[in-house]
Write a protein that binds this ligand. Structure first.
Ligand SMILES: Nc1ncnc2c1ncn2[C@@H]1O[C@H](COP(=O)(O)OP(=O)(O)O)[C@@H](O)[C@H]1O
Ligand SMILES: [Mg+2]
Length: 249
């Protein structure tokens, strides 16, 4: 018997098309508490579309998305806003606001959401978030003064500042050199543990998947084509799965 209380996210029969382009065709996923699922797929296969459906930025054509046991479609705007506070996102190429200091960039998500906390508490959250990513000294700096890796760390701090229970990372290491990418991945793993975060990570990097995934889902032909651990999928004889391991160790 599965413990349904432990299902953080359940996507069932998700369909999404743009005109005659069928991007997601019966996609299914179940994320348990504390798990990290990595979704891999080729460029243009619909990975970001999937994330945007979960966040509510795109409306599914068909299927259900249940977050913390609630069907997203049943929510009104107010309820949706409250639910979103419990979900963190790191969008692909998620940029910081160039004209704001690091501190202001971190305050931004709190000001946008309805939050019943004082200014002092906000500042404390900013300090804690920066400490978590080892960047306390950058608080009053501008994004342009930071390296790519540091900017990504600030973006992670911003994603996690509201202590979300579910985090969606869209290609978190894209645009970073491999060593910095590893550091970012390690940082995410450390923070996942510290805050008991469950997550979905989009990637096309098998090394990232190997390091972080409890379970990997291959998105192919718009569906959850194959699911397994890194080792299981690596040993698959299916050519559509094998292609992702061509350069992997
Ligand atoms: N808002 C949109 N309108 C029309 N087509 C879109 C939209 N968003 C994504 N697409 C198309 O859906 C496909 C999948 O996109 P995406 O999910 O961004 O791919 P990826 O797997 O690289 O993240 C692409 O062909 C893209 O052009
Ligand atoms: Mg994408």
């Amino acid at each position: 018997m599965k413990d349904f209380e432990n299902v953080v996210l359940k996507i069932s029969g998700l369909h999404k098309s743009f005109g005659s382009k069928h991007i997601l065709v019966d996609f299914n996923l179940e994320l348990l508490r504390g798990e990290n699922i990595v979704v891999i797929g080729k460029s243009g296969s619909g990975k970001s579309v999937l994330i945007k459906c979960v966040v509510g930025l795109l409306k599914p054509d068909k299927g259900t998305i249940r977050v913390f046991g609630t069907d997203m479609q049943s929510l009104n705007q107010d309820e949706m806003d409250r639910l979103r506070v419990r979900i963190g996102f790191l969008f692909q190429n998620s940029a910081l606001y160039d004209s704001m200091t690091v501190r202001e960039n971190l305050l931004f998500p709190m000001r946008r959401h309805w939050m019943d906390i004082s200014r002092d508490e906000e500042e404390q959250l900013v300090d804690e978030a920066l400490e978590n990513v080892g960047l306390s000294h950058t608080k009053e700096m501008m994004p342009a003064e930071l390296s790519g890796g540091m900017r990504k760390r600030v973006a992670i701090a911003r994603t996690l500042i509201m202590k979300p229970e579910l985090v969606l990372y869209d290609e978190p290491t894209t645009g970073l050199d491999p060593i910095t990418g590893r550091e970012i991945v390690q940082l995410m793993l450390d923070l996942q543990k510290k805050y008991h975060i469950s997550s979905i990570m989009i990637s096309h990097d098998m090394t990232v998947a190997k390091l972080t995934a409890n379970k990997i889902i291959v998105l192919y032909d718009g569906t959850n084509y194959a699911t397994g651990t890194y080792e299981e999928l690596k040993n698959s004889t299916d050519k559509n799965v094998q292609q992702f391991f061509e350069f992997a160790t």
